[in-house]
Design a protein around this ligand. Structure first.
Ligand SMILES: [Mn+2]
Length: 204
């Protein structure tokens, strides 16, 4: 096998297509990207957050979603979380050579968020966030929980998200998504010292 072929087979990327009565989503995700994203979800604030996440995680993300946003954004946001989680899980493969853990703080002006990740294969989500406002534009802040929880569940990661403080809700959520991007970038990164799967159990 020549080097180009080898690179081709080692690509850490995945495509997901998922259709229900509530949403129709096509999503392509590349762990080792250039920070380029295209989002067409019908939920402008989520587009903004996915853009930040991709940029600061050095991923590539292409998401096209048509959901029942005439009801509200809930199904669309939740289902994009599901698809991104599935894509991440697939793209990671057997997780050989990855760092596995990350803990990242990101400030956004007066707001401070922390994201702690273990790509453990054991879905778990802890969330400590209280926002001053219930809405940012037309986006309901409670949907941040829905998105992150489904992302953790479907990617089978342990995810802890803490918003330590802040005054502006937009800033606080933005800090969460930037920290998520940076933490996921670090946890998925390859450490040459790691031989095989980084677990004493031998599997993640
Ligand atoms: Mn912003």
């Amino acid at each position: 096998m020549n080097t180009d072929m080898q690179k081709e087979t080692n690509k850490r990327e995945a495509e997901i297509a998922r259709r229900t009565n509530e949403t129709d989503i096509k999503l392509a995700f590349n762990i080792d990207g250039a920070g380029i994203s295209k989002q067409d979800t019908g939920v402008p604030f989520l587009n903004h957050m996915l853009d930040l996440f991709t940029k600061h995680g050095h991923f590539d993300l292409d998401v096209l979603a048509r959901g029942d946003i005439e009801i509200d954004d809930h199904h669309t946001v939740e289902d994009i979380g599901i698809c991104l989680g599935q894509a991440l899980n697939q793209a990671l493969g057997n997780k050989a050579g990855i760092k596995r853990y990350a803990s990242v703080f990101v400030p956004m002006d007066e707001a401070l968020a922390q994201v702690i990740i273990d790509l453990s294969g054991r879905p778990h989500f802890e969330y400590r966030a209280e926002y001053p406002a219930q809405q940012v534009g037309t986006f309901h802040t409670e949907l941040v929980h829905e998105f992150l929880w489904k992302l953790a569940l479907e990617s089978r990661m342990t995810l802890h998200v803490i918003v330590h403080y802040g005054r502006n809700t937009h800033h606080m959520i933005e800090a969460v998504f930037k920290a998520l991007g940076r933490a996921l970038d670090e946890a998925t990164s390859l450490d040459p010292r790691v031989q095989g799967v980084p677990s004493t159990k031998g599997v993640l």
